[in-house]
Design a protein around this ligand. Structure first.
Ligand code: FAD
Length: 452
């Protein structure tokens, strides 16, 4: 039965908005708790970055970074259980590679989603309101398959709507066949048929697309160029003491820093997770080497080169390129363009009806508390993967999803359902607890000898 506000009278403990890996993990971890939870997504089913489902691509974190294992290794929703249930456990064991194929991760997540009764697809959330009288949240959604509007009530809301493809201003609204990397596999054939392709970007996606196109360039009769404004094609850093920064205690440290310093560190730390896997860089080199053995390879690789403008003339893009160190400009023509220019978190517009209940920082972004809540310490509205500016590099990391979900569930349930490690690293990121402070000694108590 629905109330005056059109919302069903039933109050859920939790509504999750968005069913990507992070809220899907939350749904799996919530399942055995008895909490009354519903999860909404505007898509018609789970599909993980389908435009980047390149054959042979792997995920960049070990398989233990699945939806549940780091929180509950006994969960039925684990990647290992999926391997067992699908008859892939022994081949995976023999393969001896920690990194699952991207296609496997996608299939595993869809398998987990199919086992959960409380996921509602084709539900686009359009507004979140607060019912002050009942002190609950109203989540309004539009069915993308029927156009029907629904409203549900909940005591807690967890927003995990991911990030959006991001394109630098000079490259927006270009016209012509330019695409963002998130749509790559849907356009691969057309790109190869265009005769010349330019990939713009310095991250894993740019490298994977370049590698995928390079192999068939000469035989396929097209050229593929790779342009990045980064000073070099830099690898993601995977050394173990650096990986210790993907930890609760480094997140504590980062979160406690002043905004300005977090901004600076955020930029500085990009290379830790926005670079290219070292194996892929070497694989690209080896491919260039192999191809060059039988003649010139139809490719150009440009670093420290920014695309400052692009004009589509109906057949080609005329790119204007600026070389950073030389401070010179030059032009290049290309028939097609792949913008592997990354993703950015946005504050979802559906939060605006409750904006006055939320915390904002000096730059108009959500001021996400350490427990991932955004509602002035009430601990009722949370975000996932929207807190890179407050929590640092753990925000988009699949390896940290289970810890964050355990923390959010502990806040919702008022108890630690899954053990929350407070300290996992060997190193200290701030001042060690046993440090002796250098503050000047307190004034001597009259008559007390102070040793000199
Ligand atoms: C190609 C690619 C590969 C990556 N590989 C890795 C990796 O190997 N390891 C790693 O640690 N990280 C990786 N990442 C980073 C990150 O982990 C992923 O982006 C991950 O998918 C983020 O999960 P999410 O749940 O935050 O968001 P998403 O997966 O983006 O899911 C968000 C969901 O919210 C839904 N949604 C959005 N708005 C609404 C709305 N208004 N109403 C209802 N639903 C809505 C969307 O339909 C979507 O299903 C990768 C990123 C990309 C782009």
């Amino acid at each position: 039965m629905s109330g005056q506000d059109g919302a069903s009278a039933h109050v859920h403990d939790l509504i999750g908005v968005g069913i990507g890996p992070f809220n899907l993990g939350l749904a799996c971890l919530t399942q055995p708790t008895g909490l009354d939870a519903v999860f909404l997504d505007r898509e018609d089913g789970f599909r993980w970055h389908h435009g980047m489902m390149i054959e042979g691509a792997t995920i960049q974190v070990p398989f233990l970074a699945d939806l549940v294992t780091m929180a509950d290794p006994t969960s039925e929703f684990s990647f290992l259980n999926w391997l067992k249930r699908t008859g892939r456990l022994y081949p995976f064991y023999i393969r001896e590679n920690f990194y699952a194929l991207r296609a496997e991760y996608d299939a595993y997540c869809r398998w987990a989603a199919d086992r959960l009764p409380n996921l509602r697809w084709n539900h686009e959330v359009v507004a979140i309101e607060h019912d002050a009288a009942a002190d609950v949240y109203l989540v309004r959604a539009m069915r993308t398959d029927t156009g029907e509007e629904i409203a549900l009530r909940a005591r807690h809301v967890v927003v995990a709507v991911g990030t959006r493809p991001s394109v630098p201003a000079p490259l927006r609204g270009l016209g012509g066949p330019a695409i963002h990397s998130s749509e790559y596999t849907d356009h691969r054939d057309a790109l190869q048929a265009s005769g010349s392709i330019t990939v713009v970007g310095s991250g894993q996606s740019a490298a994977e697309i370049y590698r995928d196109l390079l192999d068939h360039a000469r035989d396929g009769g097209y050229r593929v160029d790779w342009v990045t404004r980064s000073p070099r094609f830099f690898p993601m850093e995977y050394t173990k003491l650096t990986l210790e920064m993907t930890s609760p205690e480094y997140t504590d440290h980062f979160h406690a820093l002043p905004l300005g310093l977090r901004q600076h560190l955020g930029r500085e730390q990009r290379s830790l997770y926005k670079g290219i896997s070292a194996d892929l860089i070497d694989d690209i080199y080896d491919t260039l080497y192999r191809l060059s053995a039988s003649g010139p390879v139809p490719t150009t690789l440009l670093t420290d080169t920014e695309v400052t403008a692009a004009e589509w003339d109906g057949a080609n893009y005329r790119l204007r390129l600026r070389h950073g160190q030389l401070d010179t400009e030059h032009e290049r023509d290309t028939a097609s363009l792949v913008l592997a220019t990354g993703y950015a978190a946005e504050t979802p517009p559906f939060l605006s009806p409750i904006a006055d209940r939320l915390d904002w920082d000096g730059l108009g972004r959500l001021a996400v508390a350490r427990d991932y809540s955004i509602d002035g310490g009430r601990g009722r509205v949370f975000v996932q993967n929207g807190e890179e500016h407050t929590h640092g590099l753990t925000a988009p990391d699949l390896g940290f999803g289970a810890w964050r979900n355990s923390s959010i569930l502990a806040s919702i349930a008022g108890r630690e359902i899954y053990p929350l490690e407070r300290r996992i690293a060997f190193q200290d990121f701030g001042v060690p607890a046993d440090a002796r402070s250098t503050a000047p000694a307190a004034a001597a108590t009259p008559g007390l000898e102070v040793a000199r």
